[in-house]
Design a protein around this ligand. Structure first.
Ligand code: PEP
Length: 244
């Protein structure tokens, strides 16, 4: 269960969140709990979750370890500050910041080399869905990014299916729509990496997950967890999602 805080919260708001949140999820042994704050608040989040079952992640990463790349942050830098996870290829990065399947692959390899656990996002736009092209888009994103990993690398990633039309819009995919897409992604994984690897990979659903819809989504056999934006910003709501 992963929370993507996007560009919200400063350091003191980060610390205040965890003071309330940590005890609410202390008993959650059925899943891993991850929060991805902005880069500048990773240190505050790591300090506030020391000794808990909560992992901290970044929301993006650059694929070079260091160099003249103004504004970028590398995987070893993220690992050195105590984060364990990184979200890669979020639709907001793809839509607004030029992320491509190729850069998703480069970033994933760099993250894995630094020992980070990547959460790789895929998902179709509304126009793709309306044109009946959801499977084509998911296939292209899988083939262009994830399929370039070795089997050893693939075993260390998490995939997030996030239909772009459901992110931040309040429109959740029905459990059936989400399940269909997850099935399609798992079939891609099976064809490329084999049945055991495809069964083992965790596929999260993301897109307006809330405390009142998480249970039905999680009841789908191919949905292994959730990537949550808006509802992860409040301790009570994200805790009730974690403890669905
Ligand atoms: C997200 O940012 O990945 C996301 C799914 O956002 P929301 O839950 O707000 O739709």
């Amino acid at each position: 269960m992963a929370g993507n805080w996007k560009m919200y919260k400063n350091a003191s708001e980060t610390t205040a969140f965890f003071e309330k949140f940590n005890p609410l999820v202390a008993g959650a042994s059925h899943c891993e709990v991850v929060i991805a704050p902005t880069f500048v608040n990773i240190a505050a989040a790591v300090a506030a979750t020391k000794g808990t079952n909560i992992g901290i992640g970044a929301q993006d990463v650059y694929w070079k370890n260091e160099g003249a790349f103004t504004g970028e942050v590398s995987a070893p830098m993220i690992a050195a500050v105590g984060a364990q996870w990184v979200i890669i290829g979020h639709s907001e990065r793809r839509q607004f910041f030029g992320e491509t399947d190729e850069t998703v692959l480069q970033k994933t390899v760099a993250a894995l080399e630094a020992g980070l656990k990547p959460i790789i996002c895929v998902g179709e736009m509304l126009a793709d869905r309306e044109a009946g092209k959801t499977a084509d888009v998911l296939t292209r994103q899988f083939q262009g990014g994830i399929a370039g990993l070795t089997p050893e690398q693939f075993a260390r990633i998490v995939i997030a299916y996030e239909p772009v039309w459901a992110i931040g819009t309040g429109k959740t995919a029905t459990p059936e729509i989400a399940a269909d897409a997850h099935k399609c992604i798992r079939a891609q994984a099976r064809a490329k990496f084999g049945a055991a690897a495809a069964d083992a990979v965790r596929i999260l659903y993301g897109g307006s997950v809330k405390p009142d819809n998480v249970k039905n989504l999680m009841a789908q056999p191919d949905i292994d967890g959730a990537l949550v934006g808006g509802a992860s910003l409040k301790p009570d709501s994200f805790a009730s999602i974690v403890n669905f």
